[in-house]
Design a protein around this ligand. Structure first.
Ligand code: BG6
Length: 489
């Protein structure tokens, strides 16, 4: 059991029968309960528009839990204790009258967490409804991404929420911020003076951020096709990772200190003009191919697909940050669906030593790299140059890793899912891992100019075979600078 003390609260889960809630949120809450991190009096109210007997919806939640929690982590006592906390109420979130029933059901609560696992278009209506219940002063609201599809629409959503809730009670989720290794980035950078002195354009040549997924669209074609990979992944997850790598040390660990530094990075991102787009950004769309020896359909052949769609499922780009620390250091970002493997990693490439004294043919291998592996096999590895062992080897060099694998180092503990940490932080009232309004807006501003550029150019995504690392142009994007994507097979 744990030493963290959490206060009791009521969690109102809007959209409780949706995919996110069933796949991620209930399992995360169950795991918190199992770990002793839910107060005995904490209650969960599942809210959804589905009518019918509450007991049948509760059984469905139970069933999904058992499907999404690994069998070895199902503890019957914890499971029963958890399900006893959950209640169900049918609600139409757009109907003002339904909030009276919600208020009745909630009764007197000291602390309410309203979790919106719904499309952002209804956030405003839910907030207005919550205001009717008279509970806004004791409520923290949790907003799932995507918040809008561009700067203007995200402002609309944020403004509608802000009519009823102050910023310090709004928790905008970017689930990447809850991942164990992403958290470790802060420790790695700011608890080790070793790195901080090297963390700039004098010592780093370039940075790569790859978030590759093996899965395709997984039954979400309609949603995804409206968004595309730039809005779905770059605007949030990859830009957040870039901020954590590039930001200056905050003066303390408070949410605003961290977020102030992240915003400075977003503001310093160099715009990419229409003329630069062709050289700096590559959009791709997967066509049929093979993954793990299995043939898979192309994006346009997925279920419910519109065969004319020109939505991108892959983006690679070269970003620059205009400030003293990063001037001249490209950040190569790449993310796509149907890649050869699921892999999220950040690679920091350090510059060559200033004066080279080894055999000329060994020169290309000389470079220190710091590899931060977010998933799978979470860990950090620092590649250092060593001398090959043996009398016959002379001064033959080899690149070897100094390795920290989290699963080997912390053998006894499972790595919690991002949502477990995020929900816990909301319960604790800590906004560190959540995105402030201005961060979202600066990220949109930067992405909007790319989308506008594509539209002006009439750009169509370049095809790439499912199971490959993306269009050839994404390789050219980095080889033009005399580099290559790290570790591509
Ligand atoms: C979500 C995107 O935010 O992140 C999905 O909407 C994507 O399209 C998912 O699949 C990836 O998350 P993870 O944690 O599996 O890397």
């Amino acid at each position: 059991m744990t030493s963290i003390t959490v206060e009791p609260c009521t969690i109102a889960l809007f959209g409780a029968l949706g995919d996110l809630a069933l796949r991620k949120l209930f399992p995360a809450l169950y795991q918190l309960d199992r770990a002793g991190l839910l107060h005995a009096e904490t209650r969960i109210l599942a809210l959804a528009r589905e009518t019918g007997e509450p007991s049948s919806h509760l059984s469905a939640i139970d069933e999904h839990l058992r499907r999404h929690v690994p069998a070895r982590e199902i503890d019957e006592v914890a499971m029963q204790r958890f399900m006893a906390r959950v209640d169900y109420l049918t609600m139409d979130f757009l109907q003002a009258e339904d909030y009276a029933a919600l208020a009745d059901k909630l009764g007197r609560v000291e602390r309410l967490i309203a979790y919106f696992a719904t499309p952002a278009s209804v956030y405003g209506a839910i907030c207005a409804g919550l205001a009717q219940t008279g509970l806004t002063d004791v409520t923290r609201v949790v907003l799932e991404k995507p918040i809008g599809h561009d700067l203007a629409s995200s402002r609309k959503v944020n403004d509608a929420v802000a009519l009823h809730f102050p910023e310090n009670r709004i928790y905008r989720i970017d689930h990447y911020l809850g991942k164990e290794t992403v958290q470790n980035l802060i420790a790695l950078r700011f608890a080790n003076s070793l790195f901080e002195t090297q963390w700039n354009q004098h010592h780093i040549s370039h940075v790569e951020i790859t978030v590759a997924e093996q899965v395709g669209i997984e039954g979400r074609w309609g949603y995804f096709d409206e968004a595309g990979q730039l809005r779905d992944m770059i605007q949030n997850h990859l830009l957040q990772l870039l901020c954590l790598i590039a930001m200056d040390p905050p003066s303390d660990l408070s949410a605003d200190s961290i977020r102030d530094e992240k915003v400075k990075v977003l503001k310093a991102l160099a715009p990419i003009t229409v003329e630069q787009l062709g050289q700096q950004v590559v959009r791709g769309q997967y066509i049929a191919g093979s993954i793990l020896g299995k043939t898979v359909p192309g994006y346009l052949e997925e279920d419910n697909a519109n065969a004319q769609s020109d939505t991108e499922t892959f983006v690679a780009l070269r970003a620059e940050i205009r400030n003293w620390r990063w001037s001249g250091v490209p950040f190569y970002l790449r993310t796509g669906k149907r890649m050869p493997q699921k892999l999220s990693q950040i690679v920091i490439h350090f510059k060559e030593p200033p004066h080279y004294i080894f055999a000329p043919e060994q020169r290309p291998i000389i470079s220190n790299r710091l590899i931060i592996r977010l998933q799978p096999d979470e860990g950090i590895s620092l590649q250092v140059m060593t001398k090959d062992q043996g009398l016959d080897k002379g001064m033959q060099l080899r690149s070897r890793p100094l390795q920290l694998s989290f699963s080997d180092t912390y053998r006894s503990s499972r790595i919690p899912d991002a949502y477990e940490r995020l929900v816990l932080e909301v319960m604790k009232g800590n906004q560190n891992l959540f995105v402030r309004k201005d961060e979202i807006e600066y990220a949109w501003r930067w992405c909007d100019q790319l989308i506008a550029g594509w539209q002006r150019q009439g750009d169509s995504p370049k095809p790439y075979a499912a199971g490959s690392w993306g269009p050839v142009a994404s390789i050219a994007l980095i080889t033009r600078d005399g580099r290559s994507w790290y570790g591509d097979l």
